[in-house]
Design a protein around this ligand. Structure first.
Ligand code: C2E
Ligand code: CA
Ligand code: CA
Ligand code: CA
Length: 274
């Protein structure tokens, strides 16, 4: 038996050798990717009930010179384990801020994902502020997406950091709401602006016109004065039912997939955007 980094004991299995070498490959590859600029930000538009673009979520892609596109689920967890997420996360913020600086005709909100590790860094806020002042952008267009695992590690510290971020005019979204250990007790103490409801709850709308959990989450958001974004909206039926339930903002393949910057700029020039 050997111990993994979470302190649990695992039974040895031959496939682990493969997993370990795959991990090493990705770790080496990630270092190269950082120095060779192999990362790209894609943008997925977000829409209101009038089907206007009100914002976008930036999603990282790794375009490997030989292997092609590597999706984030394959490398973000490894980046987190190895600490490389700090540099990758800084790159994401910097690139997102540059996008806002260079595209003043995009008036919407830009959501940037922040990993738990990155958020936990003591210098997270000051280093982000340095990047913002470098880019000379309007902070009110920025939303940071944090997950429950990021905010629950040290709740007192989290509240301090989130309050500071929000006092600057930056918005905070709780990502993947409903999938973790969300308890109302902590939710009511968190300084948030937006709840992002996970796709798994939106999927249920295919077979149920008012899924009780989804209805509860929308109601919680409403009562707490938070904006709710439905993630992973794929069909017209889901959209119609979400509108019936008064959900204000939608993101999903029904409207738009995540696309490279140039394509996103074309999209906002073609479609109704705020
Ligand atoms: P997430 O933050 O929950 O992002 C939403 C994911 O759902 C994205 O996957 C998006 O492409 C996908 N999606 C959106 N609409 C639909 C839909 O209608 N149907 C389906 N099937 N999928 C949809 P993606 O881009 O593969 O990213 C996966 C995860 O990787 C993200 O989940 C996030 O946790 C992480 N990630 C992506 N970019 C970054 C980043 O820049 N920094 C960090 N720390 N994590 C990131
Ligand atoms: Ca997200
Ligand atoms: Ca999400
Ligand atoms: Ca997710």
């Amino acid at each position: 038996a050997k111990q993994n980094n979470r302190g649990r004991f695992l039974i040895y299995q031959p496939q682990m050798d493969e997993e370990v070498s795959e991990k090493l490959n990705i770790t080496t590859g990630l270092r190269q990717a950082l120095s060779n600029n192999e990362f790209e930000l894609y943008y997925q538009a977000q829409y209101n009930q009038a089907e206007q673009i009100v914002g976008a979520e930036a999603l990282i892609r790794w375009i490997h010179p030989e292997k092609g596109m590597i999706p984030p689920f394959k490398f973000i967890p490894i980046a987190e384990e190895t600490g490389l997420i700090n540099q990758i996360g800084d790159w994401v913020l910097k690139t997102g801020f540059e996008f806002l600086a260079n595209n003043p005709n995009f008036r919407g909100n830009l959501s940037l994902n922040v990993s738990a590790w990155q958020f936990a860094r003591p210098d997270f806020v000051p280093s982000m502020l340095a990047m913002i002042s470098e880019a000379q952008i309007d902070v009110t267009q920025i939303t940071l997406e944090v997950t429950e695992s990021a905010v629950l590690t040290d709740i007192t510290e989290t509240i301090k950091k989130l309050s500071e971020i929000r006092s600057l005019g930056i918005k905070v979204a709780l990502d993947d709401f409903g999938t973790g250990y969300s308890s109302l007790a902590y939710l009511k103490n968190l300084p948030l602006d937006i709840l992002k409801i996970d796709k798994t709850f939106i999927d249920e709308l295919e077979t149920n016109d008012r899924p009780p959990l989804l209805e509860s989450m929308l109601s919680i958001g409403h009562h707490m004065g938070l904006k709710v974004v439905a993630e992973g909206v794929e069909t017209q039926l889901q959209l119609a039912r979400l509108i019936q339930m008064k959900c204000p903002v939608f993101q999903g393949y029904y409207f738009a997939k995540p696309v490279p910057k140039a394509e996103f700029l074309t999209l906002i020039n073609q479609e109704k955007a705020i």
